[in-house]
Design a protein around this ligand. Structure first.
Ligand code: SF4
Ligand code: SF4
Ligand code: SF4
Length: 497
């Protein structure tokens, strides 16, 4: 039998393989887990993509759309994003906060601002100048509102000023944030404590009032001698104002949250030997894990799952009665515990209590930040401020635009395209940033890598320099290779009929 080779004499463009295909690829960005975990929903892969293309200014301005204070969160955020980063399943998560810090510094160095509009002419008073208040003021001013912030202390910033010790956040960054807001027209009235009965006159003067007052009143424990303890908040206030005078000695800090750990670190830096006593188990302490780790490295001893039963004065110092415990519940913001062992004594020269804070007043106004949500982080407070500002403006908050709501997990990525590389934790040059950004998988976000285009046997993918992808339906035969090959799970196959 004679076999004849069938040879097509026409270009493949004329063979419309797409006519009989039952499936077609859909190119649709989905959610990266880092975005879902970030309280500000920062579009991390989109921003990285701009950096990789050399558009640093655009990347920094895009970051400002989500976060007015990246030069602050880049230094103090507990990195919710990083905990969910898919790269962690291959080697180490991307150092997202470090990159954010770098871009935040680009914002400051290049004095970048997003465009300002005259969308609204509302006069808005904000009570409290912590991160939630600053964030609300930023977005409202960008949209044309005339904002006045009332701050009871003699310096704006709230917790950024009095709460976060200078070894975690240099005051320079807060001052830059304030100066940038002033340039947007925000008027800071410091040393003015607004009381709830001042609301009525303020309501006549302003179109809206926002209470972003935070939690300034320290909670107390119902135990004997609690009055001997200095409040953690007060200790941080004094330290940050340069008014903390301590002699070396033994200090005990009661509490397992961020204020407790910050206070403990201040005490250790002041020469004290410090024990933190908390009712939670070590891995359940609410403090930022990194800060806790740092505190331990500095020599702070943590006595977890331990309740303080009493504080007594003795020989010019204090004796604390402690007992092993386990947490059995929570009432009114305080942990309820069951004592599970015999009491012991611990001597101290200083006792500091950081067992939570509460609002001083209730407010009949738009409220945001800790006063609404309880103690939160700086990033969460900024998110609340942004949220209330957009609510007032009647506009949609900035959120990443995605066609698919699906969160792209590690198991659906095509990791054949990624090789192991250690994270760059300390970034000292643009090259370091680029190398770290290159570690990002860009989960669910098309970065125009061209893998799909390269593998398509029918040359049916039209790609341009950006991320615009189109399928030539006449020629796509629906083989699904593009969906299989896409490293980032951007392509999914759909049935045509
Ligand atoms: S690899 Fe990149 S896109 Fe994916 S979760 Fe991590 S930072 Fe986000
Ligand atoms: S690889 Fe090409 S032919 Fe195959 S489904 Fe994708 S676009 Fe269509
Ligand atoms: S393979 Fe690359 S270019 Fe193609 S869809 Fe995926 S990310 Fe985009």
């Amino acid at each position: 039998m004679r076999l004849e080779l069938l040879v097509s004499t026409k270009s493949t463009r004329e063979i419309k393989t797409g006519v009989w295909s039952q499936f077609q690829p859909v190119f649709a960005n989905a959610l990266s887990p880092c975005i879902g975990a970030c309280p500000l929903s920062i579009d991390i892969p989109a921003i990285y993509n701009l950096c990789l293309r050399g558009n640093w200014r655009d990347a920094a301005i895009e970051l400002l759309r989500y976060n007015p204070l990246p030069f602050i969160t880049g230094r103090v955020c507990p990195q919710f994003c990083r905990t969910q980063c898919n790269r962690g399943d291959l080697d180490e998560p991307v150092s997202i906060r470090t990159v954010e810090c770098y871009l935040g510094d680009v914002v400051l160095e290049e004095d970048l601002f997003p465009p300002v509009s005259s969308f609204s002419s509302k006069r808005v008073a904000i009570i409290g100048s912590g991160p939630a208040g600053l964030s609300a003021a930023w977005y409202l001013s960008l949209y044309g509102c005339k904002v006045t912030i009332f701050e009871e202390m003699d310096h704006p910033g709230g917790v950024l000023y009095w709460g976060i010790p200078v070894f975690r956040l240099e005051k320079l960054y807060l001052n830059k944030a304030i100066e940038r807001l002033e340039r947007l027209g925000v008027d800071f009235k410091v040393g003015h404590k607004v009381l709830p009965d001042e609301l009525e006159p303020l309501k006549k003067e302003y179109d809206a009032i926002i209470a972003a007052v935070g939690l300034t009143k320290s909670r107390s424990l119902p135990i004997r001698g609690f009055e001997h303890a200095i409040s953690g908040v007060e200790l941080l206030r004094r330290y940050n104002r340069g008014a903390l005078e301590l002699k070396r000695g033994r200090a005990v800090v009661i509490g397992g949250g961020n204020v407790a750990v910050d206070a403990a670190r201040v005490l250790v830096k002041s020469g004290c030997s410090v024990t933190v006593v908390c009712v939670e188990k070590g891995d359940e302490m609410p403090a930022i894990p990194e800060e806790l780790e740092e505190a331990r490295r500095e020599g702070i001893v943590v006595k977890d799952s331990t309740a303080v039963l009493a504080i007594d004065k003795q020989d010019g110092g204090y004796v604390l009665e402690l007992a092993p415990c386990r947490v059995v519940g929570e009432r009114d913001g305080l942990k309820e515990v069951e004592i599970v062992g015999d009491p012991e004594c611990l001597k101290a020269d200083y006792v500091v209590a950081a067992v939570g804070q509460e609002a001083e007043f209730s407010w009949d106004a738009f409220s945001c930040g800790d006063v609404v949500n309880g103690p939160t982080t700086v990033a969460e407070a900024i998110a609340h401020g942004r949220n209330i500002a957009f609510l007032l403006l009647g506009l949609q908050e900035p959120l990443p635009i995605r066609k698919r709501n699906e969160v792209v997990t590690y198991d659906v990525l095509n990791t054949a395209y990624f090789s192991k590389a250690s994270a760059i934790v300390k970034i000292s040059s643009k090259g370091d940033v680029l190398n770290e950004i290159a570690r990002c998988f860009s989960c669910g976000y098309c970065n125009g890598c061209g893998v799909c285009w390269l593998f398509c046997p029918d040359v049916a993918i039209i790609i341009d320099d950006g991320c615009l992808l189109e399928v030539d339906a006449e020629h796509c035969k629906g083989c699904g290779i593009c969906a299989q090959e896409c490293p980032r799970h951007v392509v999914v196959m759909e049935k045509r009929f």
